[in-house]
Design a protein around this ligand. Structure first.
Ligand code: ADP
Length: 643
């Protein structure tokens, strides 16, 4: 049997392990679950790729980033390692090939996204395998104390047990001590097997610069021009800001481009590739930029807008200076950013009425039922991501059991007249098809067909309708596409007190809100700290520095804290409030709830505001400049606010 060092050299072509890698790999090969907390670029993937080649069964790698999976698989295949991914873009043949390779034991690593586990077919296939290692990337998502809690990660821990994974490896770049404790508890990892490598990066200069909004562009341009040359990233919050700032920098003669998730794939790839090979490019980007950038010589990272947490901040500055050479990081601290960032948090907190409506809707269904999350979001006035979180809570607490999502509807475009299609069939089959096609509703060029309606009309099961449409598509008689994904659930028990359950779920959403706002406050605290900021940042991630870092603003300014600018005073105009209240009176159903009313005034959209066209009202967003919680306090006063 080859040793880990042999595999490192022969298969991966590397000379020695990086800090932490060998320790993690030793735990895993000895049969112990482990956690790897290494900074981005620290070499986490080797910690499962290498053992995967030495363990008898398959290694499952769960990662939410499909682009990263593809890249890793290509690299592994180039080294003759059998790796594949299981995602929703595979066609029937590709899926079968992966399954065959899995069953024969040919595949060493299988990558999949967390939501794949909702698919019963995938789940059943995985349960038959010998899973030697279950590796979970971005494992901090399992923790409610983390900055990126995803309840579906709690389901992952459950699945790791279900498929009798022989060991688990949890990987993350950012975990505070409480988050790491949660990760270890969730995946049953002994704390002694959690390996954390040094977080402190002595080559990074960390500056925090208080700045007024109207002076920010000039300051950025002069800072970019005055620094030593090299590639730089400027992080902003909004896509629009990325475009505007890049435009202004380009106008000032800097080689700046912008990047955000709203760009077409080709444009994104062009900016990313240009940056990867350039020695002086400046990219102004939202946080979508950076995942999967494997560039060691980034010389500067700017935060034009405040990051939303210390976790985000450290991850983003962590992209600078991976080659170990000096790099500059500068955080612009502009209090005008706070409202917007807080509003992102508040916009995701549902009203109690919304949660209650959602529960009523869910528990009024039969024992087995399908839900369209967007429809539910519209009826309950709760944002789709939040609907999804609430349903996951119901699953985790044992009220519901989730099944494979399915399609409620199809759309098709006939390639032949329907008479000609029907002429190919006879007898009962023809009557069946006739009944199915008759339920199709014409749109502009496509026809919509609701599967339940078609099944009822033809007196046949849904599956037969689906098979028939597939068959017609195969014969080239029509083009088909699936539409309207529905999530399938089974009710396991009925809550005795729906209102109490609604209060419980709503409380959790309020707790999340408070935590996220507190996270933002931690960023402000760091910026204005009278003490070494480097030390504070390390302490947040559980590392103690022996002495002040010497390269943060506080250390560089001779132990003086930065003077933060005050938040602009925001008064609520009496006349405006009266007008808003009158509007609230006319739209009781939508604006009656204090939170819903506050969202409206702070310019935060919701499904019902859009439906009632209230987002087009003049008063929508009229109090955008006032902190959300202040508006909410007003809206909650018994009279509906003063005046
Ligand atoms: P992470 O997942 O921690 O962000 P990766 O696993 O993507 O980091 O590794 C980052 C880079 O470091 C990759 O290019 C990888 O090939 C390289 N790398 C990993 N381990 C070693 C090693 N032991 N020696 C040299 N390079 C390594």
């Amino acid at each position: 049997m080859p040793t880990p060092h042999d595999v490192l050299r022969r298969t991966f072509g590397l000379e020695q392990f990086r800090p932490g890698q060998e320790e993690v790999i030793t735990h895993l090969l000895a049969g112990r679950s482990a956690a790897a907390v290494f900074p981005t670029g620290g070499g986490k993937s080797l910690c499962y790729q290498l053992p995967a080649l030495l363990l008898p069964g398959v290694t499952l790698v769960v990662s939410p980033l499909i682009a990263l999976m593809k890249e890793q698989i290509d690299r592994l295949r180039a080294r003759a390692v059998a790796a594949a991914r299981l995602d929703s873009t595979l066609d029937g043949d590709e899926y079968r090939r992966v399954m065959t390779d899995l069953r024969s034991g040919a595949l060493r690593l299988l990558y999949l996204a967390p939501e794949r586990f909702n698919n019963e077919r995938v789940r059943a296939a995985l349960l038959r395998l010998r899973v030697s290692l279950f590796a979970v990337d971005e494992a901090h998502c399992i923790s409610e104390w983390g900055h990126n809690f995803r309840p579906d990660y709690l389901k992952l821990a459950h699945f790791a047990r279900l498929c009798r994974a022989e060991r688990v490896l949890a990987l993350t770049a950012t975990a505070t001590p409480p988050v790491l404790a949660d990760v270890c508890r969730g995946f049953a990892i002994a704390p002694a097997c959690a390996v954390r490598t040094g977080f402190h990066r002595p080559n990074l200069t960390l500056r925090t610069t208080p700045v007024r909004a109207d002076r920010r562009d000039a300051l950025l341009a002069s800072s970019l021009k005055g620094r030593p040359p090299g590639p730089a990233i400027v992080y902003v919050t909004l896509q629009r800001t990325a475009e505007e700032v890049a435009g202004r920098l380009a106008g000032a003669g800097l080689p700046a481009r912008f990047y955000h998730a709203g760009l077409a794939d080709e444009e994104r790839a062009a900016v990313q590739d240009g940056f990867a090979t350039s020695a002086d490019a400046v990219v102004v980007a939202t946080i979508a930029f950076g995942m999967g950038i494997d560039k060691a010589d980034i010389r500067a990272v700017y935060h034009y807008n405040l990051p939303k947490s210390l976790e985000n901040y450290s991850q983003e500055v962590g992209r600078a200076g991976r080659d170990g050479a000096p790099a500059e990081c500068e955080l612009f601290v502009c209090p005008d950013d706070l409202n917007r960032l807080e509003n992102f948090v508040h916009g995701d907190t549902p009203s109690f009425a919304g949660v209650h409506d959602l529960l009523r809707e869910v528990f009024a269904q039969g024992e087995d039922f399908g839900l369209n999350l967007y429809e539910l979001s519209g009826t309950c006035d709760v944002r789709p991501v939040v609907v999804s979180t609430l349903l996951t809570y119901l699953e985790l607490d044992g009220w519901l059991q989730g099944g494979t999502p399915f399609y409620a509807a199809y759309q098709f475009q006939p390639l032949k007249p329907s008479a000609e299609i029907l002429a190919r069939f006879e007898g009962e089959r023809r009557d069946f098809l006739k009944a199915v096609l008759r339920t199709a509703k014409p749109a502009r060029t496509w026809f919509h067909i609701d599967l339940d309606t078609a099944a009822r009309a033809s007196g046949s099961p849904r599956e037969r309708v689906v098979r028939a449409l597939d068959y017609l598509a195969e014969l080239g008689l029509l083009t088909l596409r699936a539409d309207g994904v529905r999530h399938r659930y089974r009710r396991l028990k009925t809550p005795p007190d729906l209102e109490a359950l609604a209060h419980d779920l709503h409380r959790r959403t309020l707790e999340r809100e408070a935590r996220e706002v507190a996270r933002l406050n931690q960023v402000m605290e760091l910026a204005g700290l009278d003490g070494c900021q480097g030390e504070r940042l390390c302490a947040h991630f559980g590392e103690t520095l022996a002495a002040p870092c010497g390269h943060c603003s506080w250390c560089l300014d001779g132990g003086k804290p930065a003077k933060l600018l005050p938040r602009a005073p925001a008064a609520i105009d009496e006349a405006l409030w009266r007008e808003a209240n009158a509007l609230r009176g006319r739209h009781r159903e939508t604006l009656g709830d204090a939170r819903a009313f506050t969202r409206f005034l702070c310019g935060l959209g919701s499904p019902r505001l859009t439906r009632d066209k209230l987002t087009r009202e003049r008063l929508f967003g009229a109090l955008e400049q006032v902190p959300f919680l202040e508006v909410l306090r007003h809206a909650e006063e018994p009279s509906g606010g003063r005046g």
